[in-house]
Design a protein around this ligand. Sequence first.
Ligand SMILES: Cc1cc2nc3c(=O)[nH]c(=O)nc-3n(C[C@H](O)[C@H](O)[C@H](O)COP(=O)(O)O)c2cc1C
Length: 204
Amino acid sequence: MEFQQVVDRRRMIRNYAERPVDPGAIARALRNATRAPSAGFSQGWAFVLLDEPDDVGGYWEATTDPEQLAAPDAWLAGMMRAPVVVLPCSSKDAYLDRYAEPDKGVTNRDEGRWRVPYWHMDTAMAALLILQTVVDEGLGALFFGIPTERIDAVRRSFAIPDTHDPIGAITIGHLTDDAGLRGSPAHRRRVPLDELVHRGGWTQ
Ligand SMILES: Cc1cc2nc3c(=O)[nH]c(=O)nc-3n(C[C@H](O)[C@H](O)[C@H](O)COP(=O)(O)O)c2cc1C
């Protein structure tokens, strides 16, 4: 697929066909994720891959009330059909350690100097590469948030160490004729470029 097609076709998919995906496509998406840029080449990311039905089920159990699981709404029903869930995790420690190395010359691990948490930013860039690769593979995906009050349960379920922070989750699966709920683009416009680009400075 042409790169421009990948960009134009990517949209979040909230409904999946109930069939497995080619493990090779998932492997490629994860490999591409590691081609993301990272500050100081810190590569402070890791990916929990859930591609067995029990593990995927475990994700939904960890993040959903039992009553909701028993009677899922349209969003949850469509999402639970995805055969793969990836949890991109960021590692702040990787950046604090990396920037304390001689070529960076920071002498302490003070977090205060990080105006922008590059560990989340770089992991998000890796997540976008997963989303784009999925489109190129003819599949669909959704990046979505893990409810804050469920993070501990997710950590416990998949033994995620304290050094790593799951920044969200990505479902991956086959498309159906009905891509499911359109989400916010159904009622919000895409902001036109001329409202976003400030050529030569922010003059108006
Ligand atoms: C950081 C982030 C968090 C998101 N969280 C959710 C979510 O919890 N549930 C959901 O259905 N969509 C979620 N989305 C998807 C957005 O709603 C979607 O990207 C946006 O509406 C634009 O639509 P598009 O990606 O299909 O172009 C999230 C997207 C991002 C980037």
